[in-house]
Design a protein around this ligand. Sequence first.
Ligand code: G6P
Length: 368
Amino acid sequence: FLIDKGNHRHFMAKEIHEQPEVVGRTLGHYLDMSSGHVALPFELPVDPATLSRLTICGCGTAYFSALMAKYWFERFARLPVDVEIASEFRYRDPPLDPSGLTIVVSQSGETADTLAALRCAKGKGQKILAIVNVASSTMSREADVVAPTLAGPEIGVASTKAFTCQLAVFAALALAFGRARGVLGAKEEARLIGELMAVPGLMAQALKCESAIEGLAREIGKVRDVLYLGRGAAYPLALEGALKLKEISYIHAEGYAAGELKHGPIALIDGDMPVIVIAPKDAVLEKTISNMQEVAARGGRLILIGDENLARDFAGEAEASIIMPEFPADFAGMVYAIPIQLIAYHTAVVMGKDADQPRNLAKSVTVE
Ligand code: G6P
């Protein structure tokens, strides 16, 4: 069937804007909204209650979705998680429990290193669950169970909607595992599902920050380096934000755990380099706020992504604030992904770069 850009200049813009819909669709595939329970559309290949450890492998953006999932599996299911870059995992001869579970996560389902990680884990007796967007892919065929992301075809080389749909699947799985392991009660599960169901609407609200981001992008387009900071589940988003910006604008960017600021990157703070702080109202916000103060105290260019209260508190210190809606932050990563993606996209556009077809990158990397 025909895939077009609709009213957008690039597929990437279209795909960013599709997210409320496709994340809603993906969540609907895994949750029973009327009962407030997770309703996985497949049998898990292992009983989560018997697992002592979970391994998740991916590359690029998919790897960052797995990093965020670790926070959720640990918190909601009290399950230790190893998140692995597929190309490291596969060559390391990792010791794996033969009755354990490996999750591979991939938009294309064809990435050579992730496929090799799947085969490596399978060869050691692990069961494989594949979170993939392309249903007919090799990973889908070789996995024991396929958990589809229902993002639809993703054309922009830099992944956007596949990422947030991966997060949606991981969130549902983490809740299912939490129930199976006796960590989450029915009431807690229903509360968290209520939060998940609100995510697509919150993403739609987050998209309203686009015009503010267009202004910001004109400034970012002039710099050489950008630092992204995040703490807790916002840390993987800092990594993803830096990756997106590098991929399509060719500006050097780094993502850092906010607590690591003092162990190195603080030396880089000056009046030139924007420091983008991803600061949802979660349990570690107070700690992130102290990092923001450290940046401001050193004359850094503080750009904050947070809710209105935070923006008000930092009105004097921040060069720009991207305002997000206020909501319980358990699954804030999906909502805060939107400004992260828009910053990269609009920066590439103001710089005259082709956001859909960045140089040297391929949508699906089937070489090792
Ligand atoms: C390429 C793409 C990235 C993607 C990565 C993994 O490098 O440019 O956007 O995250 O591959 O792809 P996969 O299809 O496995 O998710």
